[in-house]
Design a protein around this ligand. Structure first.
Ligand code: PLP
Length: 283
């Protein structure tokens, strides 16, 4: 959204985006990335924390998940008071948190954008459940939009996603499993990593139409950079914020893809590992 568009917004309370995610003290991923993204796109962000992590650009050193009841009370406190239209979730941490949040989300009538954070790109598991079944059955089923990358799509569906047909099959199985799910965005950064282009996909369910799933593809040049920490969190938050502003899946998808390209191209490498994005420089 341009500065001119932001300035034209009426001077009245706007809907709120509530992020529910883990904390990254280095500010690149997790709830910190969610809030920076919302703020830079002109959306009010609220934040409920699921887990504390000890990490920097080099990786995740430790994880401490909060008691599920405490997480649920944070979310309820915000929902009871603020006009939340969109909830975006990231790292959920444990089965117990997934179940408690799933109950709350099932009663929420707004948009639920789930970024299925299961593992950090540095390799550390960010979800401690012995199996994914409780996460899939009690939490993911509340989603209206899911934003997996290839590896997450493979884990959620137990389907190897090496070609476009396999991706479509995996997404069909998610649509079948999640009754409220309207759209899946599969980010393309982890596909064909040697290629110069990235293709992101938006799949929208259109029951009763032919085809039953509409597929929108966006190809854009691959930006080679070390500043990749928190890209998944940032993309999902941008999609949620842009959906809040436009109310349209395709417009939100386009805007989030452009936002990521701008950030990836405009973030100098910082720290010794995978550096964070410079959300504060986004105009
Ligand atoms: N830490 C937290 C708290 C997160 O929510 C995420 C999100 O995916 C990550 C780490 C992973 O970040 P990345 O894999 O981009 O380094």
């Amino acid at each position: 959204m341009s500065r001119e568009q932001k300035e034209k917004l009426p001077d009245q309370p706007s809907p709120v985006l509530l992020a529910v995610a883990g904390s990254d003290p280095s500010g690149g991923a997790g709830i910190q990335a969610d809030l920076k993204t919302a703020c830079s796109l002109g959306v009010y962000g609220a934040a409920a924390i699921t887990c504390l992590t000890v990490q920097n650009t080099l990786g995740v050193e430790d994880v401490h998940c909060l008691d599920a009841d405490l997480v649920a009370r944070q979310v309820t406190a915000v929902l009871e008071d603020l006009p939340v239209s969109h909830i975006k979730t990231g790292m959920i941490g444990t089965d117990a948190i997934a179940r408690r949040l799933g109950d709350i989300l099932a009663d929420f009538t707004g948009e639920v954008i789930i970024d299925p954070v299961l593992r950090a790109s540095s390799g550390r598991d960010l979800f401690a459940g012995a199996t994914l079944e409780p996460y899939l059955d009690h939490f993911l089923t509340a989603a209206t939009i899911i934003t997996p990358n290839r590896l997450e799509l493979e884990r959620l569906t137990a389907t190897p996603c090496t070609d476009p047909n396999a991706v479509l099959t995996a997404c069909r199985s998610l649509f079948g499993r999640c009754p409220r799910l309207r759209a899946i965005v599969v980010t393309g950064g982890h596909f064909n990593e040697d290629r110069l282009e990235v293709e992101d996909l938006l799949l929208v369910r259109q029951d009763g139409s032919d085809p039953p799933i509409k597929v929108c593809r966006r190809r854009h040049p691959r930006i080679r950079t070390r500043a990749t920490h928190g890209t998944g969190c940032t993309f999902a938050s941008a999609l949620a914020a842009c959906h809040l502003l436009t109310g349209d899946d395709e417009k939100a998808f386009d805007a989030a893809v452009r936002y990521m390209d701008t950030l990836l191209g405009g973030s100098p490498a910082m720290g010794s590992g995978n550096g964070p994005l410079f959300h504060h420089r986004f105009q």
